[in-house]
Design a protein around this ligand. Structure first.
Ligand code: NAD
Length: 346
């Protein structure tokens, strides 16, 4: 069984002067560390004084997302595919399992890898948590509700998922991952948490990952038409990544096993989102309409009563503020393309 070799000495037990954080001087393993949410989670854990072992096979993530952390005290990164059995040396207190392609384009591109990481990768991560007596957190998704028939979605809703449609590789993998996690929880040996993340956005999303926020930003910056699926009346609820990370940490700390919805309950139509981003960029781009992808959910809105009452969590970032931060980052990092003004976008 392969061991991920530590590049740093193993952390000490919490000191008397430790910061008042459940994560200070603890060791957290983060799978999917080089991804969008995973990289923000690693950064936050390090800021809270944790030692972090980030694991990622770079299927959809990028080392660039971790570049600023590579020399940080207490951080080590291992390029590894978690569908192969793994362990880490020394004690582990938390396992955050985020590894999985997450955007519809990505899981269409990697269907088998998506099924495998949801199934075998989750089993391996659970076995690591079990062996280390660590707390395990599964990053599940609102996609377990499929195209929901109940609005807003509460955790009690079992969903409306097409098991053989093109999105099923992701939806069913996550449903299976929830079943596995619940099995370990029921066995009594492993303390598990399941969070169902709704659409999250922010800096470090890839311009080409196909999700609405980076796609509209990229198109607006390039002066290209913003392509809205269907008639644009389908809704999403968008949560800024800093809020989502707060929710992951609150869930890991809490005694509530979940599942618990993490998302922003403010719905916005895709047409409104395109118009908002176009206005914020000052772009003169047209808005055009393209066919809706198969099984695309028409409405997506979390009921976050459980998160509010059991975790004391709710999102605090206003959509405009979050979009502004995302846009500022995208202007510096998205691929250079001609802009409306004839200049070159950075
Ligand atoms: P992402 O694609 O940016 O990050 C996922 C990371 O997992 C990538 O770095 C990828 O390389 C890595 N990975 C994939 N397969 C792996 C494997 N076999 N071994 C090791 N690493 C592997 O996606 P994200 O948006 O950051 O999503 C992170 C998690 O949150 C995912 O589990 C996703 O299902 C969940 N989630 C995200 C959202 C969202 O809006 N971003 C919504 C719901 C759920």
């Amino acid at each position: 069984m392969p061991h991920l070799q530590a590049e740093q000495p193993h952390p000490k037990e919490p000191a008397a002067t430790a910061a008042p954080s459940a994560f200070a001087h603890r060791t957290a393993v983060v799978t999917g560390a080089a991804g969008f949410i995973g990289s923000h989670l690693c950064e936050r854990l390090l800021n809270l004084g944790a030692n972090v072992v980030g694991i990622d096979n770079l299927l959809t993530g990028r080392l660039d997302n971790l570049a600023h952390l590579r020399s940080a005290d207490g951080f080590r990164f291992q390029a590894y595919d978690v569908t192969r059995h793994f362990t880490v040396p020394g004690p582990v207190d938390f396992v955050f399992h985020l590894a999985s392609p997450a955007s519809p384009l990505d899981y269409a591109r990697y269907p088998l890898a998506t099924l495998k990481v949801g199934a075998i990768g989750t089993l391996n991560a659970l076995e690591l948590a079990d062996a280390k007596r660590a707390r395990f957190l599964l990053a599940s998704t609102s996609e377990v509700y499929g195209d929901p028939l109940v609005h807003p979605q509460t955790e009690q809703y079992w969903g409306n998922v097409n098991p053989v449609g093109p999105r099923s590789v992701y939806d069913e993998a996550k449903r299976y991952a929830e079943a596995l996690t619940s099995c370990f929880h029921r066995s009594g040996g492993t303390r598990t948490r399941i969070v169902r993340i709704f659409n999250t956005y922010g800096p470090r999303m890839r311009a080409d990952d196909g999700r609405a926020v980076p796609a509209f930003i990229q198109q607006a910056l390039a002066g290209e038409p913003l392509t809205v699926a269907g008639d644009g009346s389908q809704t999403r609820s968008l949560c800024f990544v800093a809020d989502t990370v707060d929710g992951l940490l609150a869930a890991a700390e809490s005694e509530h096993a979940g599942p618990v919805n993490l998302g922003n309950p403010n719905e916005i139509t895709m047409l409104q989102l395109a118009e908002e981003i176009r206005a914020m960029t000052g772009s003169a781009s047209a808005i055009t309409f393209v066919p809706l992808p198969a099984d695309d959910p028409k409405r997506r809105c979390p009921d976050i009563t459980t998160a509010r009452t059991r975790l004391g969590w709710e999102p605090t970032t206003d959509l405009r503020d979050g979009l502004r931060k995302t846009l500022d980052w995208a202007e510096r990092h998205f691929p250079a393309r001609p802009t409306v003004a004839g200049r070159t976008a950075p």
